[in-house]
Design a protein around this ligand. Structure first.
Ligand SMILES: Nc1ncnc2c1ncn2[C@@H]1O[C@H](COP(=O)(O)OP(=O)(O)OP(=O)(O)O)[C@@H](O)[C@H]1O
Length: 580
């Protein structure tokens, strides 16, 4: 129960908590071995005292050298074991926790990423894990081990002389009580600290990502001033936090050290009263240094332990968020996509409400409607990138909310307007469409998507790296890579979001040819802003305010006198005649 709590509280893996247990055990052994060393010293001293006071023969030096040498060997061995169990094993834990987090993030529904920005998640993966690593390696085992060994030593001391034991030990519970009592203050400071650090990271990321727009609008100074302000505020919050922690930790350390003074005072008065001899005081003074040493180390880090709670909670939040799970068996009867009374909301803001329509296999179904009417949301929901709130989406009669997203998505090809590319070569970016595709397959898909024309001009052809998110390519070139990916994947369902919008007329005509090859016999859901894109569609679903306003073939809808589709088509043809 105790260890389960520790595991959850400090976001440890099963393996990690076992390492902490091991580290605790070795810390107990180390502390007890060191106290035995004190015993050897005490024995030597009392031998000398007896020689001085009672005239006993000098203790055998050879025996003491032998015992000390043995002690050193044992001490070295147990310290090494403790080091391995605390520092050594923790590095494996860091790796496991990061991999576990990344795996979890991979399986989370997209909605989660809408609520957390990139800087925040990067901070969790890197900063929070780093902070916890320090606590796992430097604090937990030391603190728990010291608590156990002190309890054992304290029991021995109390049995030997309870007055001296109390004089020695009273500072430990008081100091730790003070620190535990002030935990809330640390937590508050550290939450403030974390928020302001994420705000700085956000500000830097936003400025770098939007540097083009910032320069184009001459807003550099304003952005820099805002960033400076965030950095200044963060520094002030950090200083305030450090000061608060420093005050409590130093106060606790002073209280604990007062134990030395009370031991000397009590020991002296007991010696004067003839109740104990000097060697008892000497023994307790030796013991006290050993009890304080590990706690001193823990004291310096205990604040970090409390502060790390905020990081652990952030990690735990990722682990507690339900992942998009489902069965790995997906055997639909055909690939019709059926929306049954689907409602969906982003952050309680309903965007789709009671949407019902069917996109048939072998047909092109176009989603049209005013901006913000919910077309892209429909496409995302159709691929389970988000889960619906009410109703259901069926593919070939199977409710997709019960299918593992990875398995489901192997049946989808997607070409969206905002193409995502990786900092790799053209070849590898296309190969992403189909895991393990041969070079020949990749080149055939690239050719069909009309990529040859721009790739020939690149210094290393298909082996040319294209920069972060394809920064070295034009919008049309990026989109052709995305179409090549979809062609390579050749999945039975194709989602297109204005796939040819960034192409010039000549390229659009060429790519349309490739697209028609891709679309033959598939279930195609096209999101179209330009009405001429959907002239050849088999069916049109018109969305307005998240509801289906009209449905039918283009010809049927054009006949509707006061229809939305007819009005939009008319408006766009009027727009086409207008020019600067
Ligand atoms: N990630 C998100 N979080 C919150 N709200 C969102 C998110 N994505 C879209 N919305 C909102 O949902 C509504 C529908 O957006 P959606 O992108 O589906 O519309 P659309 O019809 O595709 O628009 P457009 O034609 O302009 O691309 C809009 O009001 C939009 O502001």
């Amino acid at each position: 129960m105790f260890w389960k709590n520790v595991q959850r509280k400090y976001a440890l893996t099963d393996h990690g908590v076992k390492n902490i247990q091991k580290g605790t055990l070795w810390t107990v052994i180390v502390n007890l071995v060191v106290i035995c060393g004190m015993g050897i010293l005490y024995k030597l001293m009392s031998g000398f005292m007896d020689t001085l006071t009672k005239g006993s023969p000098l203790p055998s030096l050879l025996l003491f050298i032998g015992v000390t040498a043995l002690f050193l060997v044992i001490s070295y061995t147990v310290h090494l074991q403790q080091y391995r169990a605390t520092y050594g094993l923790v590095y494996g834990e860091v790796k496991d926790v990061r991999i576990g987090l990344a795996e979890r993030l991979r399986r989370l529904p997209l909605g989660y990423f809408g609520k957390h920005d990139l800087a925040d998640l990067t901070e969790t993966l890197m900063g929070d894990v780093n902070r916890l690593e320090h606590v796992w390696s430097h604090c937990l085992s030391y603190l728990y081990g010291s608590a156990i060994s002190t309890a054992i030593i304290a029991a021995g001391m109390l049995a030997y002389d309870w007055r001296m034991a109390l004089a020695c030990l009273w500072g430990v519970p008081v100091a730790f009580g003070l620190l535990f009592g002030s935990r809330k203050v640390y937590k508050k400071r550290s939450e403030e600290n974390k928020k302001s650090a994420v705000r700085v990271a956000d500000g830097i990321q936003e400025t770098l990502e939007n540097i083009r727009e910032i320069r184009a609008t001459n807003q550099e100074n304003r952005f820099l001033e805002e960033l400076n302000e965030k950095i200044d505020r963060n520094e002030k919050i950090m200083r305030k936090g450090e000061l608060t922690i420093g005050i409590f930790v130093n106060l606790a350390s002073v209280i604990m050290r007062l134990g030395v003074a009370t031991t000397i005072l009590t020991g002296t008065s007991l010696i004067l009263g003839g109740k104990v001899d000097f060697m008892v005081l000497f023994m307790f003074l030796l013991a006290i240094t050993r009890i304080y040493a590990p706690f001193d180390q823990a004291l310096a880090l205990i604040a970090e332990m409390f502060v790390s709670q905020v990081s652990a909670n952030r990690l735990q939040e990722v682990h507690d968020t339900p992942t998009a799970e489902g069965t790995e068996v997906f055997m639909p009867k055909g690939h019709d996509i059926e929306f049954r009374n689907v409602s969906f909301a982003y952050d309680n803001q309903e965007v789709l409400s009671g949407v019902s329509f069917t996109a048939k296999e072998g047909e092109v179904t176009a989603l049209v409607g005013p901006s913000g009417s919910g077309k892209s949301t429909c496409a995302r929901v159709a691929a389970r990138l988000w889960d619906v709130d009410k109703g259901s989406v069926l593919v070939g009669g199977v409710d997709i909310s019960g299918v593992d997203p990875e398995v489901l998505l192997s049946d989808y090809s997607m070409v969206f307007q905002d193409v995502v590319l990786f900092d790799d070569t053209v070849m590898e970016n296309i190969r992403l469409g189909k895991y393990g595709a041969t070079d020949e397959e990749v080149l055939a898909a690239a050719k069909a998507a009309n990529c040859d024309e721009f790739v020939e001009k690149l210094p290393n052809g298909y082996a040319t790296p294209i920069g972060e998110n394809g920064a070295k390519l034009s919008g049309g070139e990026r989109q052709r890579i995305s179409i090549a990916r979809a062609l390579l994947k050749d999945a039975p369902i194709v989602l297109l979001d204005e796939a040819t919008a960034s192409l010039d007329v000549e390229n659009e005509t060429k790519v349309q040819g490739a697209l028609s090859r891709l679309l033959t016999g598939k279930t195609v859901l096209v999101i179209a802003h330009r009405m001429r894109t959907v002239e050849a569609a088999d069916k049109i679903v018109v969305l307005a305010d998240g509801k289906v306003a009209e449905e039918g073939s283009p010809a049927e809808l054009l006949k509707k006198e006061d229809g939305l589709f007819r009005r939009m088509t008319k408006l766009q043809s009027a727009g086409a005649e207008w020019s600067i």
